[in-house]
Write a new protein. Structure first.
Length: 136
């Protein structure tokens, strides 16, 4: 891993290396929270950001994910191979950590995230449909 950047400090790690850079998948908060729950009970979730308005969550994924990300209702911010580097503070302005970077999973696997977001969308659709029937 190339750690020869401008970073001179970061969280201490066993190998004294910075975590790898990453891209950011952004989704609506409700769908993102459902996906976080699914991922926590499954293969694991990497760091997740929340925006200060409560409108969206951002999942950190491997660099290059944006090149092939096409899930409707979400977006993936390309960092042109530079990646976001985690050095403790949230890497995006006006955000905070929902799941901090000190997890067992450095970033969320894009294929696993895509499946969790799909399942989350289906769950939300089902719940909203049920609540609509109860209102009748």
């Amino acid at each position: 891993m190339d750690t020869s950047g401008t970073h001179t400090s970061g969280p201490s790690r066993e190998c004294s290396e910075l975590p790898p850079p990453c891209d950011l998948v952004t989704v609506p908060t409700r769908q993102g929270l459902e996906a976080v729950d699914l991922l926590r009970h499954g293969s694991g979730v990497g760091p997740v950001l929340h925006d200060n308005t409560g409108a969206s969550l951002g999942f950190l994924v491997p660099p290059g994910t944006a090149d092939c990300w096409d899930l409707p209702g979400s977006s993936c911010t390309s960092t042109d191979g530079r990646g976001l580097v985690l050095d403790g503070a949230p890497p995006v302005a006006d955000t905070g950590w929902l799941v901090p970077p000190h997890t067992d999973t450095e970033v969320t696997d894009p294929a696993v995230l895509r499946a969790a977001l799909g399942q989350a969308a289906r769950t939300i659709e089902l719940v909203d449909g049920y609540q609509g029937l109860r209102a009748i």
